[in-house]
Every structure is written in structure tokens, then in C-alpha cells.
Write a protein that binds this ligand. Structure first.
Ligand code: PLP
Length: 360
């Protein structure tokens, strides 16, 4: 883990054409370079390099294809008005990557080295960071098991890769409340499973219900716990919050949901504003009753991609619970403005969340 790693840099000869700033989309375009390093049981992590963005050549027996031994992260870099480049709590992503690694029997990476490698990659591809309002550079670090062998045991070979994609605002017309389908049949994860790891399998488990919801006009699925089908877990790939009678509720981290960095930041902001928060069990029944009594004031999802995603309507057992008349609530809006203001450098960094990338 502590061996010194030099990063070999191979620059691309002809740069790619960059997409127009108003046509970025999300995770469609990729920058000129990528970071990679390899792992073998004998050597550990080695051969750290920044190379032109390119396809991977892999043996079809590589374990990642068959047994899903893989983890990922997602974070963003922002270009400020005065042309600085900021990362939002990147140490947290590297720590979480290692927690996911641990759960999937993947060797740990050196977190500060990985962050340093990321900064170098950003510096090389800095022209790719968009500067329009609501835009950023989305960063996707991931690890894959590359040993070619069909025995279901942990791989002896891995690759750690970082790719980056310039992204537009998640919602073109600003904060836009979405309709959510409460899924009562299939589940995403259970305690003891992999719900708290950021790994492909959790997403694979969610695709079917997600597609059904889309066909019926819902943007996302709200997941309930896998044992009782009663307690709220997450919404799509976001953590979820409900404001009932002035108190903000969010499911506790008990092993089946992801420890979101946006979630943690929102808890800190709420505490800072002296808004009461409860992190604990919250049943869908409670939300339903609050909605009937008219005390369900706001609901929103949180995650790196959308930051805040207000929920305008929940569909549960044939009933539609409309929240805030389908409008964005005051708190959702304030959280969104505050967090994005800190992230893009226009507001003071009260909590020391931002890390500046030095341009070389
Ligand atoms: C990534 C992710 C989140 C959000 O985490 P952030 O760190 O806030 O981006 C929430 N739920 C799931 C399942 C995720 O994969």
C-alpha cells in the first residue's frame, strides 16, 4: 500500500472535439485522457499511468464479467468564476471506495495517491471542465477484476481506472419535482448484502423495477426495506429526505443503503441551521399518514448527479400522494442553492468541503 508510485504520462496527439456547452448531457462525452493502474497479488498496485482515453482489451473470462467483482465512485470538479478548479469532499469518495473494496474482497488503494492521481488527470484535461451555470466535470473512478478464470473466488488481478465526463445541469429548467413509484415487490438490497457498497450489482438489481416505473410515467423508484417492505430506504440511486411538521427525516445508515456524501453534507447544513433532523426508521405508512393529514411538507432525493431532486408525487398501493402541490419546497430549494453555491465557489466554503486542484 505504501510503495511509491510514479505516474507515467502519455499524452494524446490529436485532441478530441469538445461538445457544445449546451449539449453536454450526462456521462455521454469523455475527456482526452484516463488514469489507470494495475494490481497483482505478487506486486500490489503498480504501473500507474495517464493515457489517452481508449477502449480496454480484456480476456472474456475476466472475473468482472462473470461474478461482478467491481466497485465505483462518482464525484464532480467545478470551474469557479475566477477560473479555479474545485473538488467537493473528494477524500470522502476515496474512503468510500475503499469501504466498497473491502466488501467486495478487492485490495485497498492508497487514498491520498488516488486523489493525487485524480488531480493530475484533471490538470491535464482542464480544458474539458465546462464553466456554464450548473455544469461540471463528472468523475468516475472504478475498479474491475481482470483475472481470466471462471472459478468464483476473488480475482488476483485488478485495474483501477478513472474516466471523466463534462456534464450539463441535471435538470435543464432548474429544480424540477419528479414523480416516484413506491416499489413494494422487488428490493434493491438487504442488510448483510451489498447495499452500502457502491457496486454494479445493486444497480443491476434495480433495473427491472426502474424500467417498469418509467413505462408507467414515473422518474424513479422508492425502495423499501427488503425484510418488511415497510421502511423507506432510498430513491433510485439517491438518499431520501422527508420534512414532516418541521422535522426532517432520513433513513439511518444500517447496511442496506449508501452512505451518500450529499446526504452527509445536508445533515451538516440542517444542523447548522438548527433544523431538527432525525436519522432513523421511517415507514411508508408514516409518510402516507402525514400526507393525508397535510403535514408532509417536502420530500427530496440527494446525490452527486442531481444534488437535490424534489419529489412532487409518490405513488403507493394505487394512491397518489401529491407533495407541495407538485412544486419545489422552500427547504429543498435553499439546500440546493446553498450546496451548489459552495460547490461552484460562489459562496463561502463554511465547512471546508472544497479541495482546490493546482493547475500545472
Ligand atoms: C452514489 C449513490 C448515492 C449518492 O451518494 P453521493 O455520495 O451523495 O453521490 C445514493 N445511493 C446510491 C445507491 C448510490 O449509488
Amino acid at each position: 500500500m505504501e510503495q511509491h508510485l510514479d505516474i507515467h504520462i502519455e499524452r494524446r496527439e490529436a485532441k478530441k472535439t469538445k461538445p457544445a456547452q449546451d449539449q453536454l448531457g450526462f456521462g455521454i462525452h469523455f475527456t482526452d485522457h484516463m488514469f489507470m493502474m494495475d494490481y497483482t497479488t505478487e506486486i500490489g498496485w503498480h504501473h500507474a499511468r495517464i493515457v489517452p482515453y481508449q477502449p480496454l482489451v480484456m480476456d472474456p473470462a475476466a472475473k468482472v464479467f462473470h461474478y461482478g467483482q467491481t466497485v465505483f465512485e462518482g464525484l464532480k470538479a467545478y470551474k469557479t468564476e475566477d477560473r479555479r478548479i474545485l473538488l467537493f469532499r473528494p477524500q470522502k469518495n476515496m474512503q468510500r471506495l475503499n469501504r466498497s473494496n473491502e466488501r467486495l474482497s478487492i485490495p485497498l488503494i492508497n487514498e491520498s495517491f488516488a486523489l493525487d492521481a485524480l488531480k493530475q488527470l484533471i490538470s491535464i484535461d482542464q480544458e474539458w471542465i465546462p464553466s456554464g451555470s450548473g455544469t461540471s466535470l463528472y468523475i468516475r473512478p472504478f475498479v474491475i477484476a481482470t483475472q481470466p478464470e471462471l472459478i468464483a473466488s476473488p480475482s488476483s488481478h485488478f485495474q483501477f481506472i478513472i474516466i471523466m465526463s463534462p456534464v450539463g445541469p441535471y435538470y435543464a429548467e432548474g429544480l424540477n419535482p419528479v414523480k416516484i413509484f413506491v416499489e413494494s415487490t422487488s428490493v434493491r438490497a438487504v442488510i448483510g448484502g451489498m447495499g452500502e457498497a457502491k457496486t454494479a450489482a445493486n444497480y443491476a438489481a434495480s433495473l427491472m423495477a426502474q424500467e417498469d416505473a418509467k413505462h408507467n410515467g414515473y422518474a424513479q423508484v422508492l425502495w423499501l426495506d427488503g425484510v418488511h417492505h415497510k421502511y423507506i430506504e432510498e430513491v433510485g440511486s439517491m438518499n431520501v429526505f422527508f420534512k414532516i411538521k418541521g422535522i426532517v427525516y432520513t433513513p439511518a445508515l444500517k447496511g442496506s443503503i449508501l452512505d451518500g456524501i450529499t446526504r452527509d453534507s445536508i445533515l451538516q447544513l440542517l444542523q447548522h441551521w438548527n433544523i431538527p433532523v432525525v436519522s432513523g426508521d421511517i415507514s411508508i405508512q408514516k409518510v402516507y399518514e402525514a400526507s393525508r393529514e397535510g403535514t408532509l411538507e417536502e420530500a427530496f432525493g440527494t446525490g452527486t448527479a442531481a444534488v437535490i431532486s424534489p419529489i412532487g408525487e409518490l405513488h403507493w398501493h394505487g394512491q397518489n400522494l401529491v407533495i407541495q402541490n407538485g412544486q419545489t419546497g422552500e427547504l429543498s430549494n435553499k439546500l440546493y442553492q446553498t450546496l451548489t453555491g459552495i460547490q461552484n465557489g460562489s459562496d463561502p466554503d463554511l465547512f471546508h468541503w472544497m479541495t482546490e486542484v493546482n493547475m500545472r
